[in-house]
Design a protein around this ligand. Structure first.
Ligand code: SAH
Length: 388
């Protein structure tokens, strides 16, 4: 049996939580919490004894009541193109992945929110593995911490890690509180100091949580669409049976209306012969135009085309280059802002949808998760079958 620590992992707390912990548990002033936050996130120091401006009595109190547990790095894998992947060990033999992708003046870290995923999108490697558990705030923040330390990131200086996308393993809106708290540390000046716009949450379309996000956080939103008609989308993203396109677009509309000048990126993974034909592009263009009209803002909806990244055992293939170009052209001709996301880190399997990690003991947890989802009326079919 491993001993369960009764100490507070400080990586689990955002500024507010840390201030409260310092006041209520340690009987210390707020600015002390701020000092510790800077030691951890700006200087990557985790041993209280090395936090030299704290004074001995406070350091002793910290030792008694607190700890800083960062993820355990199982594998640290640089790619020839500058991409970098970390495999991080979790409990019970589980592991998750985080990927850093440098690109002309910016560096994006792709962060995981769950061990596995219960939504079972048919074209996603994580989706075929089933769900194990949510990551804690510390485990989400820890991914950024590991990358920032490796890259020597210090806020307000020229830095390599400039953006975070919650596009690794898992559905971030099904781990709402931990993800929102972690994103608050990412955007805090005492944390990683990233601009609000440079932290992006990507969702498969958890409608009620999109509404909550609009109220409780201030980050960029990306929505994984993949098809502009319900029949096809339900096949690719089973969650669509619970929240079909019209409801999803209505939630996106409410989101943009609540946030002046915000836009939403719609992700569309292109799969050969599945969703990459001119008729699909026309449907998507129509949907995007309707969206812009509904919110009365040009380019409120942008499209990000992702050529499918294959993984072992998948039945899908990447679309042909010509089809990708025609798809983009059709959208551009319809005045829809459309980018194609080019794959990086091919040699280390670091591309979107290829993050596999290591998901153990998923059958029991999967069944529990499925029950929970079904209690909310969300069909989680497919996930359980894949895990069985
Ligand atoms: N659950 C969230 C975030 C994780 S996936 C979501 O669905 O948005 C991050 C992005 O990668 C999503 O747009 C997802 O659809 C896409 N993706 C998943 N598998 C892929 C694959 N094999 N090739 C290309 N993109 C993929």
């Amino acid at each position: 049996m491993t001993e369960v620590s009764t100490k507070q992992n400080l990586l689990d707390l955002d500024r507010e939580g840390l201030e409260r912990f310092f006041a209520e548990i340690l009987g210390e002033k707020r600015y002390r919490a701020h000092q510790v936050m800077k030691w951890i996130h700006h200087r990557h120091v985790t041993d209280f004894d090395d936090m030299t401006d704290l004074g001995k009595p406070l350091r002793a109190k910290l030792h008694t009541h607190a700890e800083v547990i960062v993820p355990n790095i199982l594998l640290d894998k640089p790619s020839v193109d500058g991409t970098h992947k970390w495999l991080l060990g979790m409990d019970g033999g589980n592991a998750i992945e985080a990927v850093f992708i440098p690109d002309k003046g910016r560096g994006t870290l792709c962060v995981s929110s769950q061990v596995g995923c219960g939504l079972a999108c048919t074209f996603c490697s994580t989706g075929t593995q089933g769900f194990n558990r949510n990551l804690s705030t510390a485990e989400i923040v820890g991914q950024v911490w590991v990358a920032a330390r490796h890259l020597g990131n210090v806020p307000h200086r020229q830095r390599k890690l400039t953006n975070v996308v919650m596009m690794g393993m898992g559905e971030p809106l099904l781990n709402f509180d931990n993800v929102v708290r972690a994103m608050s540390v990412m955007r805090d000046d005492l944390g990683f100091g990233l601009a609000n716009k440079r932290v992006t949450l990507s969702t498969a379309g958890m409608v009620p949580m999109i509404d909550r996000l609009a109220v409780e956080s201030d980050v960029s939103l990306a929505v994984s669409l993949h098809a502009a008609n319900d029949e096809l989308r339900s096949e690719l993203v089973p969650l669509n049976k619970k929240y079909p396109i019209a409801e999803l677009m209505a939630a996106c509309q409410r989101y943009v209306q609540r946030k002046p000048r915000a836009s939403i990126t719609f992700e569309y993974t292109l799969m050969k012969g599945v969703n990459d034909q001119p008729e699909h592009a026309r449907q998507l263009a129509r949907l995007m135009r309707q969206f812009d009209n509904a919110v009365q803002m040009k380019d409120a909806g942008k499209v990000n085309l992702i050529p499918f990244n294959p993984f072992p055992g998948t039945r899908y293939e990447r679309s042909a280059e010509d089809d990708i170009r025609s798809f983009q052209k059709l959208l551009l001709d319809s005045h829809v802002l459309t980018m194609v996301r080019r794959t990086r880190g091919d040699d280390i399997d670091a591309a979107c949808g290829q993050l596999k990690g290591q998901v153990m003991d998923r059958t029991r947890r999967q069944a529990e998760f499925k029950k929970k989802l079904e209690a909310q009326g969300i069909p989680a079919n497919g996930a359980g079958d894949a895990a069985a």
